[in-house]
Structure formats: C-alpha cells, structure tokens
Design a binder for this molecule. Structure first.
Ligand code: ZSY
Length: 392
C-alpha cells in the first residue's frame, strides 16, 4: 500500500465520508518478484533459499530453483508495513514501485516534474520513451491524494519479464503526500484495466500486457509482517501456504478484485454476515463495516474510537483477538498479533488498530493487515476471474 492510503486510514476515515470515496523479459513462463529492501542491498530470496539447500548438498526444490533462475527482486515493507515496494526497470532506470491491486495505472515520478518534486526519488526519464500523443491521465485515491500526467510507450522490466511497449504514465504533477514518501517512486496498478484512468482510451496494466506469455494467467501476493514479501507471476508457489488454496469468484464490474465472504469470527465467536470487499495490496489496513469494527474492539481492553487519531486506538500492550472470515466455505484467519498497525506517536504507549471502519467507501477493503496472513492468488486463468487464499 502506498503510504498515502494508510495515512487516509490514520488521518481520518471520517473525512472519507466527505472526500469522494473511491472514484486509486524474454518472458519465461513464470517468475517471482521479490520486493526491494528499500535502501538496502537486494536480497534475492529465491537465490538465498537455493544457496541454503546447496550448502547442505540437498536437492533444491524445483520451484525454488525455478524462481532463483527466474531472477527475483526482494522488497521489504516500509516501517509498520505501511507499504510494500518492488524495484522495476522503466526505460533505462530502476524505480521502487508500489504494486497496488486496488488501482490500474502504472504511473511513475518523471523527468517532467519540477526538479523540487523529483528530489529524493528515482525518476523515469521520458527521453527513452515514445510519447503517446493526446493521452493524459489523472488518478485520485480514497484519501484525496493523487497524481496526473502524460503517457509514453517504453520498456518495463519486472523480474525477468520485459514488456517492450508498456504504457508508462509519466507524472507531471503529484500530491504532496507522494512527494514526501521518498521510498515510493510510483505505482504498478494490478486491478482491472477497465479502471485505468488514461484518456481518451484506457491502457492495459502491466499484468494485462504480459499475461498471455505467462505459464498461467495469474499472479500471487505473499506479503509478510515486517519482512520482505514476494509477488509470483505466472505460477503458484505451493511452499508458501499450509493446507489448500480456497477459491472464490471475483466481481470485477467496478474494476476491483471484489469478493464476498459469508461469515466472520472475532476470537472464537462466529457471526454469519455477507461481507463484500476488495483484495487491495495498496491499502495498509483492513476496513470493515462499523458494526464489525465496534464488536472487535469491544474485546480489546482500553480501546477507544478516537476521532483525534481518526480511528480506534488501544494500549500498545493490549492482547488482540484473532479475526477470521469464511470465504469459499473455508475459514481464513488474521492472527491478533497482526492487528496492531502502529504506535500513534514515539512514546509507544498508544497504538492504532489494523481494523478500522469502511465508512464512506461503499465496500470493505481487505488491505495488507489481512493479505499478509495469506498467500493470495489473483487468477485470470479463465474468463471468470477468481481469488485464491492459502493460509500462511
Ligand atoms: O485508494 C483507493 C483507490 C484506488 C484506485 C482508485 C481509482 C480511481 C480511478 C481509478 O482507480 N481510487 C481509489 O480510491 N482505494 C483504496 C481506498 C482506501 C481508503 C479509502 C478509499 N479507498 C480503492 C481501492 C478502493
């Protein structure tokens, strides 16, 4: 999630009620993208994993060997898992981009921006691209942040996959929050291309551009609590989850990976309820109906809905109940320990909850707080898209 959407959740989802909620290589068959250790040397997870087997002269599992040979880029979340970033080569430069399944624009900080707004960022130099005359774009996210600019066709490389002529949306203006988040050089939208904002005609997302060349038309997100995550493209890594994957149909009519769960549990208390929401790697938190949120924090001693903090807070020492949903007939659980998003200040006394209200959004948002407890498969292998969840 780019820090902005998480700031939305912290700064005041109440304000959301006012703000318009949501108007945000030779290609081998499959490969693994690891997220970059921002500011640190790239740890290539799959290669490290392979080395471990080789060190003890053990056979390297095929999927690890495949991933290692595919090349992998490892990204680590920002502090408090507020954002997960992967290095992507755009034209001649490598930028750290936020893979966002809640939006469908690949936009980047560019040489077209005023130099003051480029400061601290890796930049796409439009000189290497082919300007797509007449195309413009403008995106606004749920928290009022946003960006706008023009469009170039250029090479985009993610892992070992190269899209030779991907539409790259070069920013000519960006909101202040994006300027301040110097870890983030732009977004790779992985929602459906129908909500791409390029005018007069939407362009395809990176995934839509390359999916025909993948072994399977799918990608999977393996985000982690406080550690590097992985995006797998074109294959399912069966070492990444326990038990089996449960699948559920996706309603893509609003351009999101939207699904419905049929019950939720707070601790061991299960309640039947139809919860319609989206799998959104670009949102930090888990945004649910107020009734569920209130019921959850009733179980947390010292919690309160603090309008000055923009949501529910509790003592950082609080014990938090697990939260589960029933999806595709199976229960999928977020451990209580994942529900503490971050301290509200540097005293570390009071913490901000990972579960907050979806007021003003119109549906629930299963952001990183939920997604990092699962191996999530975004599956377009058939004409009916679906989501898969494997408990981690
Ligand atoms: O930020 C967005 C978001 C993403 C993409 C677009 C968009 C506009 C035009 C095309 O895509 N508009 C958004 O608003 N969230 C998450 C969110 C978080 C908090 C409140 C509201 N929402 C979309 C996925 C739901």
């Amino acid at each position: 999630m780019h820090g902005i959407k998480s700031i939305a959740a912290i700064a005041g989802l109440a304000s959301l009620a006012v703000a318009s909620p949501v108007e945000k290589r030779a290609t081998p068959g499959s490969f693994q993208i690891k997220q970059v250790q921002t500011g640190q040397k790239l740890a290539v997870g799959a290669v490290a994993y392979q080395k471990a087997y080789q060190k003890y002269n053990k056979a390297v599992p095929a999927v690890v060997a495949a991933a290692a040979q595919q090349g992998a880029v490892t990204a680590t979340p920002e502090q408090y898992d507020s954002e997960y970033l992967c290095p992507v080569t755009v034209g001649a430069n490598t930028l750290n981009l936020d893979f966002d399944t809640g939006s469908a624009d690949l936009w980047v900080f560019s040489s077209l921006l005023p130099s003051s707004e480029q400061a601290g960022h890796s930049i796409y130099n439009v000189a290497s691209g082919k300007k797509i005359t007449g195309d413009t774009w403008k995106i606004s996210y749920g928290d009022g942040s946003g960006a706008a600019g023009t469009v170039y066709a250029d090479k985009v490389v993610i892992g070992p996959v190269t899209a030779t002529t991907q539409a790259v949306e070069a920013a000519t203006s960006i909101s202040s929050a994006f300027q301040q988040d110097t870890d983030n050089d732009g977004l790779v939208g992985l929602a459906f291309s129908t909500i791409n904002t390029v005018s007069p005609k939407p362009v395809t997302t990176f995934f839509d551009t390359v999916k025909a060349n993948l072994t399977s038309k799918l990608f999977a997100a393996d985000l982690k609590k406080g550690a590097a995550g992985v995006y797998d493209f074109g294959y399912i890594d069966t070492t990444k989850y326990t038990g089996s994957i449960v699948y559920t149909p996706v309603d893509s009519s609003q351009g999101f990976w939207m699904f419905t769960s049929t019950a939720y549990s707070i601790g061991t208390t299960k309640t039947s309820a139809s919860i319609s929401g989206i799998a959104d790697t670009g949102t930090s938190l888990l945004l649910l109906d107020a009734s569920i949120v209130t019921a959850y924090y009733k179980k947390v001693t010292g919690s309160k809905n603090d309008s000055t903090q923009g949501g529910y807070t509790f003592p950082c020492t609080a014990t938090l109940p697990d939260f589960s949903i029933t999806v595709g007939g199976a229960v999928r659980t977020v451990p209580g320990s994942y529900m503490n998003f971050a301290p509200i200040d540097n005293t570390g006394k009071t913490c901000f909850g990972g579960i907050q209200s979806n007021a003003g959004v119109g549906f629930s948002i299963f952001g990183d707080i939920f997604l990092k407890s699962q191996y999530v498969i975004f599956d377009q292998t058939t004409s009916s898209p679906r989501l898969g969840f494997g408990q981690q």
